[in-house]
Design a protein around this ligand. Structure first.
Ligand code: SAH
Ligand code: SF4
Ligand code: F3S
Length: 460
């Protein structure tokens, strides 16, 4: 049996199991509130697709729903608080509409399991990140009257076989290639909420990309917590996968996220350069801290110098490369001088975009138990300082793009005012004026004004 046939069979099996309770969604609306990373955005699409097979109708407002699901994130404390405040809001709706059912999925669901139901009696069911394919079954049971279901097992033994399910993929979409993470950075909850790392078989990914191309997709982002530790069948690594997607499918643009600096090698950089017609010249490479002692305490497995060497190698190998990064400030024990190493790292590499966060202690993680936690005020001060220093640099850095011509893939056009939104090959958001027939086309745009987060331009 070929891999392609097997993927189709999985779909049929999924469909068959959901047909058992196909009527449950008739006349009922479903609303999913989504937090967190692209994995969650993709998981939400999967949930909507499965629930549509049960005849639920997706609705825009929670007030119109009979089923509300919160697809939660636990990476920092803030998004966890949002789950509780949303549950509070939905509770009031439930008082008015007794048919309304509320479920919590995603990383907080995985982390809290039964605790959520104990603390929040209004929640009808909780499910973990590995239980999405069983959602139709426990939704049906919930509407049949079964109370307080908790499904948060990891399917440790089964291989990672899921096919991409997006309702309206549009011009650019995501394809999962790995799930989970085995790196155990000492600050991070993801290895606990997403389980052990697994890779999808190469042929399944190629089949998905080909199907998406048929549906009009021009750009895919290969998605994983740690894409460059991808291990496909027969010794295929991430660089091989990238080359195969470029060579063996008709997709126009390929991106990927996220990469870990320790796994980024010359082979991958060479592959990007060799396929620059399709693989975009943009890399998101989180460094987290610019200080080697802190990196060691974070269990990141590289030093400041090693990170800088990789950046030099990447810039040498990939012409016009654009980089972005993630940073944590106020990690336990971080001194003022160690924090300044992070600031100089941003300046030395010349990141045009940074995503920086105050360290937030997470359940199960080692760093949450470190005794030398940094106080909130210091964290806030350091974060603001870092953003200010970055702003000073970034506005200057991006000025060099003014007057340049960029290849922009048109994603959206506002039909009323003709405002187009697209992305350059270097992942810059570009706004310009045009017509709806340009959606899905790659056009030349001259940049007239460049800000760090968005460019303005004119269609050539
Ligand atoms: N897998 C990706 C990132 C996953 S989480 C990677 O390894 O790069 C996304 C970002 O959230 C991280 O890069 C980190 O900067 C931030 N983050 C993770 N845990 C955090 C914590 N406990 N406090 C603050 N920021 C955190
Ligand atoms: Fe978290 Fe580190 Fe894994 Fe990224 S690599 S998901 S930061 S443990
Ligand atoms: Fe959040 Fe889970 Fe993603 S913790 S960042 S939704 S993997």
């Amino acid at each position: 049996m070929t891999q392609e046939v097997r993927t189709v069979q999985t779909t049929i099996e999924n469909t068959a199991s959901s047909q058992q309770n196909q009527d449950v969604g008739k006349g009922r609306g479903v609303y999913i509130s989504t937090y967190g990373c692209q994995m969650n955005v993709n998981d939400t699409e999967r949930m909507y697709s499965l629930l549509e097979m049960q005849n639920f109708t997706p609705v825009e407002k929670p007030e119109d729903a009979s089923l509300i699901i919160i697809n939660s994130c636990s990476v920092r404390e803030k998004p966890v608080h949002k789950v509780y405040s949303e549950v509070g809001t939905f509770r009031k709706m439930k008082e008015k509409n007794p048919d309304l059912k509320i479920g919590v999925g995603g990383c907080v669901g995985q982390q809290e399991k039964d605790n959520l139901i104990k603390n929040q009696p209004m929640i009808d069911f909780v499910f973990g990140t590995d239980q999405i394919d069983n959602l139709p079954t426990f939704v049906a049971k919930t509407f049949e009257g079964e109370k307080k279901q908790v499904q948060a097992k990891f399917e440790h033994r089964s291989p990672y076989h899921i096919e991409t399910m997006v309702r309206n993929p549009g011009v650019a979409t995501f394809v999962n290639i790995t799930k989970g993470c085995d790196n155990f950075c000492t600050f991070c909850v993801v290895p606990y909420t997403r389980g052990r790392e697994k890779s999808r078989p190469l042929q399944h990914i190629l089949t998905d990309v080909r199907h998406l191309v048929k549906r009009g997709v021009k750009e895919v982002t290969l998605l994983g917590q740690n894409v460059n530790s991808y291990k496909g069948d027969e010794g295929v690594d991430f660089a091989d996968l990238l080359a195969k997607v470029a060579r063996e499918t008709d997709i126009e643009r390929i991106r990927y996220t996220t990469s870990h600096p320790k796994d980024f090698n010359q082979k991958l950089a060479d592959t990007m350069a060799a396929h620059q017609d399709k693989v975009m010249e943009y890399i998101h490479l989180p460094f987290q801290s610019g200080n080697t002692r802190i990196l060691d305490r974070m269990n990141r497995n590289y030093t400041r110098e090693e990170y800088l060497e990789k950046i030099a190698m990447l810039k040498r190998t990939i012409p016009n490369l654009v980089l972005s990064t993630d940073i944590i400030v106020g990690f336990p024990g971080e001194t003022e001088a160690e924090f300044m190493d992070t600031v100089t790292m941003v300046q030395e590499v010349g990141f045009e975009t940074i995503f920086a966060f105050k360290y937030s202690p997470r359940p199960f993680t080692k760093a949450a138990k470190f005794e030398d936690q940094v106080d909130e005020e210091t964290k806030t001060r350091r974060l603001n300082y870092l953003f200010d220093e970055h702003d000073k640099m970034a506005f200057e850095l991006v000025k060099r793009y003014e007057g340049q011509t960029m290849k922009v893939l048109v994603e959206n056009v506002d039909r009323e005012d003709g405002k187009i939104q697209g992305r350059s090959s270097s992942n810059k958001l570009v706004h310009f004026l045009g017509t709806p027939d340009l959606i899905g086309k790659t056009v030349d745009v001259k940049i007239t004004k460049a800000f760090p987060a968005v460019f303005r331009g004119e269609l050539l």
